[in-house]
Design a protein around this ligand. Structure first.
Ligand code: 13P
Length: 249
């Protein structure tokens, strides 16, 4: 059985003080028990403080990106070891905003996947097509290339333990959610792709999230789908009551 996982990607929002207040509220809300594993991904500057508040709680901490070297002359970058040191268990890799605005490629995503796993972090790998690609009927082609590129050279055991987030670019921050059927169809395709590359065991264990305008109103329907094991939530994760309703779908 795959344990559902719902993660909040805060993107470039929240100061340290705002982060501490939000994770404290979330801790109280989730203390009553959520059926899903809950993860928050604040910005780098607030990770350590969030980790201090969350230590010993059921809420996991994740970062939104990282570099693939552990240390060195890479001005401005943050390493996997630094994320571990700050209290992270998860790291988002290859978010479409990184691919779109910061020139991330399947090759750099693959380097980051390997480095994260080597450091003992659990990557949340993001894949997804643009609106043009969907309209051209290329969703599976694009997502297939992204999955194969990101997972190249990993072991079946490593892949079984990661999280993959299917985030159609056209559904991110637009209020336009993929229908639960469309989302599930692509998540199933991702699972079949993993099965073809790494075998049935990895495919059966890897957790696949949907992301893109997830809200309290649509989470239940998404989570009811057979191949959707959770959600990666942007805007709706920035407010405790709203995110609390999502994790208790
Ligand atoms: P929204 O939930 O704001 O659409 O963002 C989704 C996302 O990009 C999560 O990583």
């Amino acid at each position: 059985m795959r344990k559902p996982i719902i993660a909040g990607n805060w993107k470039m929002h929240k100061t340290v003080a705002e982060t501490v207040a939000l994770v404290q509220e979330l801790k109280t809300l989730v203390a009553g028990g959520a059926q899903a594993e809950v993860v928050v991904c604040p910005p780098f500057t607030a990770l350590y403080s969030a980790g201090q508040v969350l230590a010993g709680s059921a809420i996991g901490l994740g970062a939104q990106d990282m570099y693939w070297e552990n240390q060195g002359a890479y001005t401005g970058e943050v390493s996997p070891l630094m994320l571990k040191d700050a209290g992270c268990r998860y790291v988002i890799i290859g978010h479409s905003e990184r691919r779109q605005y910061f020139a991330e490629t399947d090759d750099t995503v693959n380097k980051k996947m390997k480095a994260a796993l080597e450091a003992g972090l659990i990557p949340i790998l993001c894949v997804g097509e643009t609106l043009g690609e969907r309209e051209a009927g290329d969703t599976e082609k694009i997502v297939g290339v992204q999955v194969r590129g990101a997972l190249h050279g990993l072991s079946a055991e490593q892949v079984a333990g990661i999280v993959i987030a299917y985030e159609p670019v056209w559904a991110i921050g637009t209020g336009r959610t993929a229908s639960s059927e469309d989302a599930n169809a692509v998540c199933s395709f991702i699972r079949r792709t993993v099965a073809g590359l790494f075998g049935a065991k990895s495919a059966g264990e890897v957790r696949i999230q949907y992301g893109g305008s997830v809200k309290p109103e649509n989470i239940g329907e998404l989570m009811a789908k057979s191949d959707i094991d959770g959600a990666l939530v942007g805007g709706a994760s920035l407010e405790a009551a709203t995110f609390g309703r999502i994790v208790k779908y």
